[in-house]
Design a protein around this ligand. Structure first.
Ligand SMILES: [Zn+2]
Length: 511
């Protein structure tokens, strides 16, 4: 480290800390110790603090990063010099690094980059700032060019790869320009995972079952299935015979890091790009179920039959299991989660699993009493869901707008490449178009989510009516499959009644 200042001053250090447990990377503690010793080795230096962000750190609105904290401290006059490893690792992007360096320089704080041997307060540092400014411009141009012309052209033509080695269910086609082929043995496993999930199992329990049965994992590196693998399979649209392209893109040509595309660039949905393993309506039903479980959160990870199935009719909270002690006797009961936390205790019933099962049987049999009418209602509801003319019109209109915006952006970039525009003006126009593009993307997402929800609901009703047709009434015993297939939610009412809501929208109250 040669680019060290000669005056007596307060020094701090900043680095991105490797979090993947790699032995080659230094930990937060060892880096802190290194800088502490380095700075304290000289009498004219004072150690302020070591700031370290995880290299996987993603900015969050309500959490301050160490980088931001360091800037704040430096601008408040607590730091004179910041030591850091390299320009590449200083900030998330060249733009961010440049903005910080200029701000710090204006406040009289220098940044010393060890790898490049540069102090931003020197003439060499001045040059660096000019260079970084041009990199940043170049980078923006590169992203736009790469993505908008070459890559997007490929995407438009429907060229994509499935990554066969790590993907269960598909194999490389015999001919190069052919679509992926289904590997029947692997596809069976995929179908089993989807079925188990719809039967009410969760990621972890599916993973356990597959591991127990000795089923090979997608990567083949381990024989242990993980919940993440299950989750990824359930959410992979390629199983429905479609492909969503440009899920990620390379953000920086300096780091070559791939980042998720959350609306910065358009995505392409290739419908029917290859043969499906899971039919589209079933796939959408699973996505809808995943969204539902996400909303319910952790509570659903419990495999208990009643978890997340009963809500309190007074406060709307879920029922949870509690151990009930009574005269040496102890048993599990279900009651409102917030029963005693609210100002007035919820007066809703305390239930045992057997009581709920018996009531479900009763509710179900009452429902079957009016089976014919019920089936008629369901058919009508399905027909209504099938009519998506209006929705599809909205979607195609929004897609037209999207195409227009993309063209306008391309024209602007091309214009800027050939005739030097004032950069301020170019940036403003680029930003305005990007903003419109993001809004439009969001609108398309909302509309297609709506469409997919309708598809899921239709599948749910179709399955339910098939159940109804098969089942012989009245039912004599509690049926677990039926429970998962037909029940939506139970509301425990203050008057002691249990209101069963079934998946077709039918409601039955049992006292
Ligand atoms: Zn309550």
């Amino acid at each position: 480290m040669t680019a060290m200042p000669n005056r007596r001053c307060n020094l701090a250090a900043y680095e991105r800390v490797c979090m993947n447990g790699d032995k080659q990377c230094q930990s937060y503690e060892s880096l802190r110790e290194y800088y502490y010793n380095l700075i304290n080795s000289r009498d004219d230096w004072a150690f302020v603090r070591f700031y370290g962000d995880a290299d996987t750190y993603i900015p969050q609105e309500d959490v301050q990063s160490e980088f931001e904290l360091m800037l704040e401290d430096a601008l408040a006059g607590k730091i004179d010099v910041i030591l850091t490893k390299s320009i590449r690792l200083f900030a998330r992007s060249t733009e961010d690094a440049l903005a910080a360096i200029i701000k710090l320089k204006e406040a009289g704080v220098s940044v010393c980059f060890a790898e490049e041997d540069i102090d931003t307060m020197t003439a060499k540092g001045e040059l660096l700032i000019i260079l970084m400014g041009s990199w940043s411009q170049e980078k923006r141009r590169k992203i736009s060019e790469n993505v908008m012309w070459s890559k997007r052209k490929q995407f438009r033509e429907g060229k994509f790869s499935l990554g066969y080695s790590a993907m269960l269910g598909f194999k490389k086609p015999a001919a190069r320009d052919k679509n992926p082929e289904i590997d029947e043995d692997e596809a069976k496993v995929v179908r089993r995972i989807f079925t188990m999930f719809l039967d009410g199992e969760n990621y972890t329990s599916i993973a356990k079952a597959l591991t127990k049965d000795g089923i090979g994992t997608p990567s083949g590196m381990t024989d242990q299935w993980s919940r993440t693998t299950i989750k990824n399979i359930l959410q992979n649209e390629k199983y429905s015979g479609n492909a969503l392209l440009q899920k990620t893109f390379v953000e920086s040509y300096m780091t070559k890091k791939s980042v998720p595309n959350v609306g910065q660039l358009p995505q392409y949905w290739l419908e029917g790009s290859h043969e499906a393993i899971i039919e589209m309506p079933v796939f959408e039903l699973v996505q809808s179920e995943i969204r539902r479980r996400n909303v319910l959160g952790k509570k659903l990870h419990s495999q208990a039959l009643l978890s997340c199935r009963i809500v309190c009719g007074v406060c709307g909270e879920h029922y949870v299991a509690r151990i009930w002690h009574n005269a040496g006797d102890c048993r599990v009961v279900w009651k409102c989660h917030k029963r005693y936390e609210n100002a007035k205790p919820c007066n809703t019933p305390v239930l045992s699993e057997d009581e709920v099962k018996a009531a479900f049987l009763q509710a179900y049999n009452r429902l079957l009493g009016g089976k014919e009418q019920l089936l008629g209602n369901i058919t009508a509801a399905i027909e209504q869901l099938e009519n998506m003319t209006e929705l599809e019109k909205d979607i195609s209109e929004a897609r037209l707008v999207a195409a227009g915006l993309t063209k306008a952006l391309q024209d602007l970039i091309r214009l800027n490449a050939h005739t030097p525009l004032k950069q301020g003006e170019y940036n403003a126009r680029f930003e305005a178009l990007s903003k419109k593009q993001r809004e439009n993307q969001k609108q398309i997402e909302t509309l297609s989510l709506d469409k997919r929800e309708r598809l899921a609901k239709k599948e749910r009703l179709t399955r339910f009516s098939m159940w109804l047709e098969q089942v012989k009434s009245p039912l004599a015993d509690f049926d677990l499959v039926l429970w998962y297939a037909s029940l939506d939610i139970i509301t425990a009412r203050e008057d002691g009644g249990l209101m069963f809501e079934f998946k077709d929208g039918s409601v039955v109250v049992i006292y």
